[in-house]
Design a protein around this ligand. Structure first.
Ligand code: CO
Length: 156
């Protein structure tokens, strides 16, 4: 396993649409492992492949219950609305509120290629939506309602 180099806001790769994974080969499995390690190294709750420079629909999440590896994740159901604070490893020193579904159902493939469905509320719902947005080049600052912490605050 290896820690991968993070991409930061301003890097054009974060704005691109990631391609579906068509074959879960060794390369994808190593990517998943590296992404988990990178997420832990930077103390994130989730990480999407474009954040390590790979334009593939691959996401890892850990909301404190162990790592979840999602290949080709897709939101198939959403329910409710909640406005909560968000940050992103690719956008250091910025926190803002974003409106997200309260509950989501996401279909994905696990690392063995098995089709799975995960249901999330609270932090897990937020992480799923945030990370899946990354696969379409969308960042939380695009949806931000109110900025709570900005780079200027950090410099003071
Ligand atoms: Co992010």
């Amino acid at each position: 396993m290896a820690i991968r180099q993070l991409r930061y806001v301003g890097d054009p790769i974060l704005r691109k649409t990631s391609k579906k994974v068509t074959e879960i080969n060794e390369r994808i499995k190593i990517l998943l492992e590296d992404m988990v390690e990178t997420m832990y190294e930077y103390e994130g709750v989730g990480l999407a492949a474009p954040q390590v420079g790979v334009l593939r629909r691959v996401v890892v999440i850990d909301v404190g219950e162990g790592p979840i590896k999602l290949i080709n994740p897709k939101i198939i159901e959403k329910e409710g609305e909640v406005i909560d604070a968000e940050g992103c490893l690719s956008i250091p020193n910025r926190v803002g509120t974003v409106k997200r579904p309260e509950k989501v159902k996401v279909e994905y493939l696990d690392e063995n290629g098995e089709k799975k469905v995960i249901e999330g509320t609270g932090l897990l719902a937020k992480a799923l939506c945030h990370e899946i947005d990354h696969l379409d080049g969308v960042l939380f600052i695009d949806k931000m309602i109110e900025e709570l912490v900005s780079e200027e605050d950090e410099e003071e």
